[in-house]
Write a protein that binds this ligand. Structure first.
Ligand SMILES: [Zn+2]
Length: 354
């Protein structure tokens, strides 16, 4: 999904964040129908959390390949999986860029955060993506308080921000296998860090982690991650070193975890080891749609692999997709180049300074 991806519609390019930064679109990769593309893979795990076995990783990638083939008509070949701890991966992030970007993190762990600013930023993101209140609210309604009836996009954004913060807080009581909270003082859960990694010269188009990605930030929060309490399953975002102009980071946590919180968000779905890997790969095809074709999100159009999963109901999502009913170019969001990743030239220059 782009949890997030600050959308790059032409009208907004001059100031996506309104901070005078310099934003540019990544070019649209040229991927012909029937093409074979190679994707370099890194596994970046947190040793405190459960992780997929080598066999599960094979199932995951095979499932992604099959789903991409069926839905987008191209063959992806994954390289052998390299491995690196998250700490080492994060050490690649250019420190000056990270220092600037950290200002966008809503610090929920210290309970220091500006709720009004969060709501305003959600509103900006929805407006910039052309989100219509009716469509957005219909998508989120089953997962919002029953009495909710926002009168406009701002009221909807305020509702989303309060739901997001309440549910994000719930993740703090979920424990890892070692008995300590999954979310600790380490910044591994912070979407901003992962979203900044592409400013390093990262030699991978896909980074798979077992980390729970749950956070709030004053940029790029969209409906589906807000109602999950700031959880990202994956994101496709700018990467300077990728032939596609972007890379995917992907969390296996929502597939592997069986805490009450996660299972509730799955609508009760639980998975065998094999199904967890298979569903994770299937849904990864959604990110590969962003990566190779820059598709957007046809929210609520359940036949589309580019429709974000509702909460964490991966099995339901997988059963509903139907490539014949949602071919490329069938909807504005399914046009190649619909939502190009954008990058900040100021940050790029900053990354190159010693
Ligand atoms: Zn997406």
């Amino acid at each position: 999904m782009f949890k997030h991806l600050c959308i790059a519609m032409a009208v907004l390019l001059s100031g996506c964040k309104g901070d005078g930064s310099e934003w540019q679109k990544a070019v649209v990769p040229v991927v012909q129908p029937g093409a074979t593309v190679q994707i370099r893979v890194l596994s970046a795990n947190n040793p405190r959390l459960a992780q997929m076995s080598p066999q599960q990783m094979r199932i995951l990638l095979a499932s992604a390949q099959k789903t991409v083939q069926e839905n987008f008509g191209v063959t992806v070949e994954f390289t052998q999986i390299d491995e690196m701890g998250i700490e080492r991966v994060f050490a690649l992030i250019p420190p000056r860029v990270l220092a600037e970007r950290k200002q966008s993190i809503y610090d929920f762990k210290s309970a220091i955060g500006d709720k009004r600013k969060l709501a305003a930023s959600i509103h900006d993101t929805l407006a910039s993506r052309g989100t219509k209140l009716e469509q957005g609210f219909a998508y989120a309604k089953p997962y919002l308080p029953e009495t909710a009836q926002p009168k406009d996009l701002m009221a909807f954004s305020e509702l989303l921000s309060s739901v997001m913060l309440e549910r994000l807080n719930n993740w703090r009581s979920v424990n890892a296998a070692d008995g300590a909270p999954v979310l600790d003082a380490a910044p591994y859960n912070e979407w901003i860090y992962w979203d900044t990694l592409g400013y390093a010269k990262l030699p991978y188009e896909l980074v798979i982690t077992n980390q729970l990605l749950a956070s709030a930030e004053y940029v790029d929060v969209d409906i589906h991650s807000a109602i999950r309490g700031g959880v990202s399953v994956g994101t496709t975002t700018y990467s300077r070193n990728s032939p596609f102009g972007a890379y995917v980071f992907w969390s296996t946590f929502p597939f592997l975890d069986n805490s009450e919180n996660t299972v509730r968000m799955r609508g009760g779905e639980t998975y065998s080891a094999e199904e967890a890997a298979q569903l994770s790969g299937s849904y990864l095809a959604h990110e590969i749609g962003h990566l190779l074709f820059q598709f957007g999100h046809p929210f609520g159009q359940k036949s589309c692999a580019m429709n974000p999963v509702s909460m964490l109901r991966f099995r339901a999502w997988s059963q509903q997709i139907d490539s014949a009913s949602c071919p490329i170019s069938s909807r504005p969001e399914m046009n190649v180049g619909a939502v190009p990743p954008i990058f900040n030239t100021h940050w790029l220059r900053m990354a190159d300074k010693p």
